[in-house]
Design a protein around this ligand. Structure first.
Ligand SMILES: [Zn+2]
Length: 229
């Protein structure tokens, strides 16, 4: 009789173990954080290095590319794609011209998509308008893009890697500041620049240490953007 409680405790412990492991698994999953790194304005001569660095860190990202550069660097587009990164469209003009008429954003994205299709045999539904949707994209323009199946993506982390004189320490500080501010997943704005390519190992190391898994943007679901209503 005296040994019975010990036996029951052991039995209970044995029964609880799977439950404990299950709960640990559930909570570990809840803590999973995702970083969606995006590179705008490419591809450029820096893109191959960026793709290789991403691979070294087991990270994947999204490249919002311009029509003229798709045509100029088809091999870089293929390299991005073969490393399992996503490709989104950034239009043609990269200027105010994209905002001139209700249909001009759609027309630019369609033109860029045709160029992409001729290189990859595949279109994209991901778009980022120049300077972000909060800048000048009208409700009507957004509706026309969306009704054509496009997902408009902005960002919630801006390390400012292409503004003014680039000081690596400042870019890293901006990154850390915005990561702290953003709740949930991070959509990070970067550019296919030489200074960014050079700093990328540090950026990826930081994201790893903060516990982020780095994935390409999903084609399905609600995109993060500044559109109202
Ligand atoms: Zn841009």
């Amino acid at each position: 009789m005296k040994n019975m409680p010990v036996k029951y405790i052991l039995m209970a412990a044995a029964l609880m173990l799977p439950l404990f492991l299950f709960l640990q698994h559930v909570f570990a999953k809840e803590e999973q954080k995702y970083a969606y790194i995006t590179f705008d304005d490419g591809p450029t001569l820096n893109t191959p290095q960026i793709v290789e660095t991403l691979e070294q860190y087991g990270a994947r990202a999204t490249f919002f590319v311009l029509e003229e550069r798709i045509v100029r660097y088809p091999d870089f587009i293929k390299k991005i794609h073969h490393a399992k990164n996503a490709i989104g469209l950034h239009g043609v003009s990269h200027s105010e011209a994209i905002y001139y008429t209700p249909t001009s954003p759609l027309e630019e994205m369609e033109k860029a998509n045709k160029a992409l299709e001729s290189v990859l045999g595949k279109r994209s539904s991901l778009v980022r308008v120049p300077f972000g949707s909060a800048y000048r994209l009208t409700k009507k323009q957004a509706e026309i893009l969306e009704s054509s199946g496009y997902k408009i993506w902005d960002w919630n982390v801006d390390p400012r890697d292409s503004v003014g004189q680039i000081i690596p320490e400042r870019v890293m500080a901006n990154l850390r500041r915005d990561l702290k501010r953003c709740k949930g997943d991070a959509v990070i704005l970067l550019h296919d620049r030489k200074s960014t390519a050079k700093l990328l190992p540090q950026i990826l190391q930081c994201l790893k240490e903060e516990g982020y898994t780095m994935l390409p943007l999903p084609e399905k679901g609600k995109p993060l953007n500044q559109l109202r209503g």
